[in-house]
Design a binder for this molecule. Structure first.
Ligand code: UD1
Length: 364
């Protein structure tokens, strides 16, 4: 059986790594399974893409569509045109898409129109916030997916409410956590650690890249001022995403304890997550990693598609609500943050389960 795997943007790479390794293991055991990896080129900077391939031992893509940046429609359209040619030239039995980026939705549409089955990994999660392009990508992808692999019971329930049959829904756990657990012994101390003489549990790690937080100079400035004020002089390490860099270049925001760095590779980024006193973020994936590593996490969003990170993990949503922000920082300052508890099936074996299900589906 031939599988085409799609990856386009940074958060996809940690999700495809364990899938590819599970396919390779099955192939070694003599199973009739092979894959083609297609990189759409949505992310193309070395430190958003190549570094992840090297560190996570992902083989070189068989095809790179090299779409690069553009508006939502330009990027989605370019990915669709490139992926249609890919499927014409290299027919396949199944297309696997992961997560919720533009590449996920664009390739799912193309595959379905070419009558190729689609498997969506991380299906069924919903924030309800249609202002985020990712929510639209999730809804469209799930409306045409054939096999839904979910990270939580809640995601499976969301799909059931939409009328997806139980036979097509597989609660398998979280491939991102497969990658996290596998790589904990390989983490790399980033050079900034010694440069800034960082100490375990005595610095904060900040990531911001959502359009709602970083596309308006005023709200971005307010948010940074607030975070710096609340951090009371503790070092804050801020790996700056390219989208965020654009607004930083227009501003002149410098604070003594806020340290801007380039986007980090996976192994050094997780090193910083694991040892931080807390994470401040607007990402979704980082709330999962912080929860499993039991590191306090404050999320500057009003909603999450990953409620288990709040209910069972260490995540707390503050949006831009002043009372919630005060509450969260008081908890942090008094070392009284909730403890993370284990999240069902986030055990490092999700990809193995996914590939076992796929082999069963195709072998009848
Ligand atoms: C995308 C995903 C988001 C994910 C994020 C992780 C969508 C809709 N969004 O958002 O879900 O959390 O990736 O990073 O798919 N750029 C570069 N170099 C690159 C890639 C992008 O400089 O390698 C710049 C581009 O100029 C672009 C901006 O960053 O304008 C944003 O990139 P884009 O891929 O459009 O969306 P992200 O904000 O990265």
């Amino acid at each position: 059986m031939k599988i085409t795997i799609v990856a386009g943007a940074r958060p996809n790479f940690m999700k495809i790594a364990p899938i590819i390794h599970a396919i390779q293991n099955n192939k070694k055991q003599g199973k009739d399974i092979s894959f083609r990896l297609v990189h759409t080129g949505q992310h193309y900077d070395k430190n958003l893409s190549d570094t992840f391939f090297e560190e996570l031992e992902i083989p070189d893509p068989h095809n790179n569509l090299n779409v690069h940046s553009g508006t939502q429609a330009e990027q989605t359209g370019a990915i669709m045109i490139g992926f249609e040619k890919e499927l014409e030239e290299f027919p396949t039995d199944l297309v696997i898409v992961v997560g919720d980026v533009n590449s996920t939705m664009a390739c799912a549409i193309v595959a379905k129109k070419a009558h190729v089955k689609v498997a969506h990994i991380e299906a069924g999660i919903r924030s309800g916030d249609l202002k985020m392009p990712e929510e639209i990508n999730r809804m469209v992808t799930d409306s045409i997916t054939d096999y839904f692999f979910t990270t939580s019971q809640k995601a499976s329930e969301n799909l059931a409410v939409l009328g997806v049959s139980k036979d097509q829904t597989f609660f398998v756990g979280n491939v991102m956590i497969d990658t996290l657990l596998k790589n904990i012994p390989r983490l790399i101390k980033p050079t900034i650690w010694n440069e800034l003489a960082l100490i375990n549990n005595n610095y904060y790690l900040l990531t911001l890249h959502r359009p709602s937080n970083v596309d308006s100079l005023n709200s971005f400035t307010d948010l940074l001022n607030l975070i710096v004020l609340k951090s009371k002089g503790k070092p804050i390490i801020f790996p700056v995403h390219p989208r965020t860099k654009k607004i930083l270049e227009k501003s002149n925001l410098n604070f003594k304890n806020l340290h801007y760095v380039s986007p980090l590779g996976y192994l050094s980024f997780i090193y910083l997550v694991k040892n931080a006193k807390a994470i401040f973020t607007d990402s979704g994936g980082i709330t999962e990693e912080a929860s499993v590593l039991n590191v306090p996490c404050i999320t500057f969003r009003d909603s999450t598609e990953r409620p288990e990170t709040c209910e069972l993990g260490t995540n707390f949503l503050v949006g831009n609500d002043k009372d919630k922000i005060d509450y969260a920082f008081n908890k942090l300052d008094s070392d009284n943050w909730k403890k993370g508890t284990s999240i069902p099936l986030w055990d490092g074996k999700a990809a193995t389960r996914i590939i076992d299900h796929i082999i069963n589906i195709y072998n009848g």
